[in-house]
Design a protein around this ligand. Structure first.
Ligand code: SF4
Length: 339
């Protein structure tokens, strides 16, 4: 793997609330390499969007980081001044949000919005050069007739077109890393696929790294090189998309995969939802956060958190059943350890 351009090292993010301290992210570590597309997946409340907002330092005032580092190109983003961080945002790290209607200004023509993003990147380009680059970006995101669409307002475009404009804005400053938070959730399936293919094509062309936040495993399979599975503010499993999808190591990942419909699935076979609900992060459980919903849970799971076990050079899982010390007869995953 290439050198990581982003490294999260034991990141803890919490929120002060009237009810107490919500420990949304509780020691998350993973890398994103140059040119790599990494999916962060999990149910609502697992910490994926808080992780993304922590990287960009766009959390509300009641949030704080008690521990950890976010190393971007070797520099800890959590230690940067606000003005230095503003220079990193947009220029080196950009973001694509879920709903372009709330991210685009309804009062500004779309071409002008791309132009402004280019001018604010501090590249020293003139207004005329910014306009040329904005038009070029509209062409690259396959907006038909970009010269006339340049003057459209967001409400004059379809949802898919608006998301293409968001991609054009995010990539117009040639960032090193793009964070995409559920960018296709609001779109219908065919448009979703087009947008994912476009994002992949552009990121490969520009050798960009992408952190793709989603609850949709189908999207991860379509787009990503690696996947990080979050649950209860912790990384439960991490690995290459093929190895995690073909041989999931963690019962939570297995549950997620079993709840996704597949074209090859027999008609009569019902989808299996994961019973129960995620843990309350106001008072997170002492042991494995998945224990209350896990059919393999044992007494130890309620008391202690398992260490990460390496299953291949790129595949890790955190479950007592993957522990080489676990008794083999009680271990349905004994053969999942590194071979
Ligand atoms: Fe289930 Fe225990 Fe593994 Fe957690 S550690 S996933 S509760 S078996």
């Amino acid at each position: 793997m290439n050198e990581p351009i982003l490294r999260l090292d034991n990141l803890h993010t919490a929120f002060h609330t009237k009810a107490g301290e919500v420990q949304a992210v509780r020691g998350v570590s993973f890398d994103v390499a140059q040119g790599e597309i990494v999916g962060v997946v999990g149910e609502s409340g697992c910490g994926k969007s808080v992780t993304a907002a922590s990287i960009l330092r766009v959390l509300p005032e009641n949030a704080w980081h008690s521990e950890g580092k976010i190393l971007f190109l070797g520099e800890d983003l959590l230690a940067l001044s606000q003005s230095r961080m503003r220079a990193v945002r947009g220029r080196q790290i950009s973001m694509i949000f879920q709903d372009p209607m709330t991210s685009l200004s309804p009062l500004m023509r779309i071409g002008r919005q791309i132009e402004e993003a280019i001018l604010q990147s501090g590249d020293g380009v003139t207004r005329a050069q910014a306009r040329e680059r904005a038009l070029e970006m509209l062409r690259r995101v396959h907006i038909p007739d970009p010269e006339s669409r340049y003057n459209c307002y967001p409400h004059e475009l379809s949802g898919g077109m608006r998301q293409r404009v968001m991609i054009a804005i995010a990539l117009s400053c040639r960032p090193r890393l793009v964070i995409a938070d559920e960018p296709t959730t609001a779109l219908d399936v065919t448009i979703q696929k087009q947008i994912l293919l476009l994002l992949k094509e552009m990121c490969r062309e520009m050798n960009l790294s992408v952190l793709f936040i989603t609850h949709d495993l189908g999207v991860v399979a379509e787009l990503c090189d690696r996947v990080v599975v979050l649950y209860g503010g912790l990384v439960m499993e991490e690995g290459g998309v093929i190895e995690v999808f073909e041989e999931p190591a963690h019962p939570y990942t297995m549950g997620l995969l079993a709840s996704v419909p597949r074209l090859t699935q027999e008609k009569a076979k019902r989808l299996t939802p994961i019973p129960g609900s995620p843990p309350d992060l106001l008072s997170p459980p002492a042991g494995c956060p998945f224990a209350a919903r896990c059919r393999y849970a044992r007494r130890i799971c309620l008391k202690a958190m398992p260490e990460a076990q390496r299953l291949s050079p790129t595949h890790y899982g955190k479950c007592f059943l993957l522990d080489p010390g676990a008794p083999r007869d009680a271990n349905p995953f004994a053969d999942r350890r590194e071979r």
